[in-house]
Design a protein around this ligand. Sequence first.
Ligand SMILES: [Zn+2]
Length: 349
Amino acid sequence: MAHERFDPIIGVSGSPGQMGLEHGRQLRARIHRTAALMRERIGPQAYEASWEALRPTVEYCHAAAPEMMAEIQGICRGAEVPFSDIFRINAHLDLTNWRRLVWDADTAGNAEACSSHAVVTSSDVLLGWNGDDWPGWLGCGAIVRGRPEGGPPFIYWSLAGSVGRPGLGPHLALGANSLPSPRWQPEGLLYPILCRKLLACRNVGDALSLFEDYERCSAMNYLLAGASGDLVNVESTPDAHAVIQPVDQGADGYLLHTNSYLAASLGGLGIQDCGCPRLAAARRLYQQGPPTDVPGVRAIQSDHSGGVCVHQPEARTIVSFVARVRAGEIHITRGNPCSCPAQSLRLDT
Ligand SMILES: [Zn+2]
């Protein structure tokens, strides 16, 4: 809760059902709190109505990712929370978009925040992510380190009860930034499920192919940093996606993103003209000299000149991490990186 210094770290291993069960048991109280807050944030009436709207999403995810759905069912058993509530924790992004675009019929863009940066240094590939959201979610976050039976290990941060979000896999790290969704479609893979599939990829090329393989319900930018030094943004909508590389940002060896479309094919204005002060500040700092180590990335994540580090009443940086992809190491902060300490974790321990 408010007095906590760090988010809890849990370890899960084995089959999808076993991993989910361990997740649910270890984070039971936090999952109950997250489910209650989700209902309150969406509004009780809209929350009830959303379950019918999400039925095609449940069907799509069962067909496209049965192992992830088994993990979600394991979380339900471990936390003793109904499937419909755990699924809607995983559908946080989609519930928010559904509430705005369908329930409220409001087509104006949403104003979620987050910043992702990636840079290739002489010895490693670094990815920094600030997750900015409603401060009430402080007290609901958790770090999950997994060792799936027959699959690659992973570490991610998310709301308790969620099967994925940005984090680190053996071959790449992932950041994510919400984008205004032009529409919401019920048939698609939930954002946490797509994140987990991305974290398991062997390289950025394989990760890109997932955007051909699966539909998405909502828009989102995924920033991928591969151990080989490949860096890409994938701006995705329910209908299309566009790939942005460092050269498209006039940069050599680094890549930045916040919450504006940059790709011309999706109506973006490019990094120079997108108008996001957080992106402009990060770009200016990178142009002065790209960071070469974890403290260097953290300094940019802590920037207040353009507000990369968010301190607003309704939005705050609630999680911040820097991943060292080749070293298999991630440093995760609960809250604002300018003032809160980091916990360091390794994939192989
Ligand atoms: Zn700050």
